[in-house]
Design a protein around this ligand. Structure first.
Ligand SMILES: *Cc1c(COP(=O)(O)O)cnc(C)c1O
Length: 621
């Protein structure tokens, strides 16, 4: 929640239109024989006054000596100090707004372009009129004035605020907004009576409505370009702004996602998105290539040159669809092995892309039955390809990838795998198992952000897939040509920021220690989760030997899922509904930037919910 509002002085809380300094600068420059306009005098407003003097000097055609600048400043200072008390009228709504904020426990801070000597004259005048902020600092009392954030930092220190997002900077110039942004505070630009508007009350009064709107819009444009979070006409709008910021702070409070993706991601991964890149840029293309190469190395390190990773814009399903669509020929018969929603999704894809296929369906709470598959392969010789999901995220059941791949290969079949939720968490050596293609995405165990998926496959298969796609956008061959032959160039707009995040996520994966470390963390998360939940009497549906260490389905028993969800969300945990139809269940993922201690906290929150609701939990008993 917002704890402090830091106001500027002239033009924001006192001196409507910010006129006090103008005559001073005009006199100052006149004293060295230079005439400046009001507009020039006003342009750098908000800076420390000595910096303001230098900024005006920089606008002149002829360079000034340091001596001349100091002389101009001296006269400016004398003029201002002589007149400043006439320019201390507080602006509209200042004392009411400050009082209202104080009543809500919000501290009122302030920063200024005036020197402390000038402020010594302004402060008592403002106090007389009912406005005394809790703190005021001038540029000469710290290292540098605006746009440096130091004066704001002094305010934060004074109020004991460690997170600058709990403070709002309010001002009437570009320099104010820059100062607030540099301090990482929320920023608010005030239009009426601002230096940017540069009009007295009388001047405003004689403007037509249209003319005033035009002038106000020009001020708005300056604040907007500077990056202001809010732009208001007058300070009476500030309480609503703060209410809105508080709402946003609550909304953006960190949640831990205990779901199968998108996942809780590291800050570094999210921050990596802050750079804008162009799809065509060579540097960006090199990053794209490095991402594809790193993914290929994770899957097929020993046979790197034989495999390629083709990135696709879109969620994981796009990769699964592109894989089935392009790597299966028209004459191929595909056998899908289905024991959950994601397996069923492959059937839909095959149906829509008019592939020749059959499927074997299995109990959703059990792995694919190898014997039944072998029986089928023995009987139906015309099957060319088998396709299945490695970990059925529907339930958390882990399918026997190695055995299935070996079986398929012993019958000379191709193998396509949806390894969405296991890639980078399970050891899947594609060359060793001779897996033909594998689909996964950025936002599962690589712990990147959603928006990119990929197919890793043998280059040989890709090379033969030209012209096979029924879809232009999901044409894996075309995409491969763009990305490989064209040095990392996406055919169509790429999610540049998401790709940068994926680059960072892969770096984090390596930093953690690659597969062994990530796998160990997930296994430990899973072990702790199961152990702790068992203490509450909450049991997993899937037998331990068939259970992945990625996501687990638990019996919901007498709980109401939406109530449990809401209670846990309040504590910052997001859980997942179950997908089994026979019994009520819920799911918990333990992948992402989460740790065993988080599992303990989660289960403790579930325990609190159970106690609060007085639920009979011993489901099995
Ligand atoms: C997440 C996931 C997908 C892809 O789902 P999207 O919503 O398209 O990202 C596919 N298969 C499995 C097994 C998954 O876990």
């Amino acid at each position: 929640m917002i704890k402090a509002v830091i106001f500027d002085w002239a033009g924001t809380t006192v001196d409507y239109g910010c006129f006090a300094p103008i005559q001073g600068f005009i006199n100052g420059f006149k004293s060295i024989g230079i005439d400046i306009t009001d507009e020039m005098a006003r342009k750098p407003m908000g800076l420390a006054k000595i910096d303001h003097t230098r900024a005006i000097a920089a606008m002149l055609d002829c360079p000034l000596s340091e001596e001349q600048i100091l002389q101009a400043y001296k006269v400016f200072e004398e003029t201002l100090l002589a007149n400043i008390e006439q320019y201390c009228d507080i602006k509209d709504y200042v004392s009411e707004t400050a009082d209202a904020l104080k009543r809500h426990g919000i501290k009122i801070g302030s920063t200024t372009g005036y020197t402390s000597e000038m402020m010594d004259k302004v402060l008592p005048k403002a106090a007389e009129q009912g406005y005394s902020p809790d703190f005021c600092i001038a540029p000469d009392q710290t290292v540098k004035g605006r746009p440096y954030p130091y004066m704001i930092w002094h305010n934060l220190m004074k109020f004991g605020i460690s997170d600058p997002r709990e403070a709002v900077k309010v001002g009437d110039t570009e320099a104010d907004i820059n100062e607030g942004k540099n301090a990482d505070c929320w920023t608010v630009g005030v239009i009426m009576g601002s230096s940017e508007l540069g009009l007295s009350r009388d001047e405003v009064a004689i403007l037509s409505q249209e003319e005033l709107e035009i002038r106000k819009n020009a001020v708005r444009a300056v604040y907007y370009k500077a990056g202001a979070d809010y732009i208001i006409d007058n300070l009476d709008e500030l309480p609503d702004v703060i209410a809105d910021i508080n709402r946003r702070l609550v909304q953006s409070a960190p949640h831990m996602l205990l779901t199968p993706g998108p996942l809780t991601t590291r800050d570094s991964v999210k921050y990596a998105m802050l750079t804008d890149h162009c799809t065509w840029d060579d540097e960006y293309k090199a990053i794209t290539t490095s991402v594809m190469n790193d993914i290929t190395r994770i899957a097929a390190n020993d046979n790197f040159d034989d495999y390629a990773t083709v990135l696709l814009q879109g969620s994981g399903t796009y990769a699964v669809e592109a894989m089935i669509n392009c790597l299966c020929r028209k004459k191929d018969k595909i056998l899908f092995l289905v024991n959950g929603e994601y397996g069923r999704r492959m059937l839909t894809i095959a149906e829509n892309s008019r592939k020749d296929y059959e499927y074997l369906a299995f109990d959703m709470t059990k792995p694919i039955d190898i014997e039944k598959v072998e029986k089928k392969l023995k009987k139906d010789e015309d099957i060319d390809i088998i396709a299945f999901v490695h970990c059925e995220t529907t339930t958390g059941v882990l399918n026997p990838l190695e055995e299935l791949a070996k079986l398929a290969k012993s019958y000379g079949k191709k193998v396509l795998v949806d390894a969405m939720s296991t890639f980078a968490a399970y050891d899947i050596a594609m060359p060793g198992l001779d897996i033909d293609a594998l689909a996964a995405s950025s936002n599962k165990c690589l712990e990147g952000l959603p928006g990119l998926s990929f197919v890793i496959t043998k280059k040989m298969l890709l090379d033969k897939s030209e012209g096979r796609s029924y879809s232009h956008s999901l044409d894996l061959y075309d995409q491969y040509q763009g990305l490989y032959a064209n040095g990392g160039k996406f055919r169509f707009t790429s999610p540049t920021n998401v790709l940068l995040a994926l680059r960072q996520a892969i770096d984090e994966y390596k930093k953690e220690g690659g597969l062994p470390a990530r796998k160990a963390r997930y296994m430990e998360n899973h072990k702790v989760l199961i152990q702790e939940l068992e203490k509450l009497g909450i049991q997993s549906i899937v037998a331990p030997e068939n259970q992945s260490y990625i996501i687990t389905t638990f019996e919901l028993g007498s709980f109401d899922f939406s109530k449990l969800y809401a209670a846990l969300k309040l504590k910052g945990f997001i859980i997942y509904p179950g997908k089994l139809t026979a019994i009520p269940t819920f799911r918990l993922g333990n992948i992402g930037d989460v740790y065993p201690s988080d599992m303990v906290s989660l289960v403790s929150a579930i325990g609190d919910y159970i106690n609060a609701e007085n639920l009979n939990v011993n489901i099995k008993a």
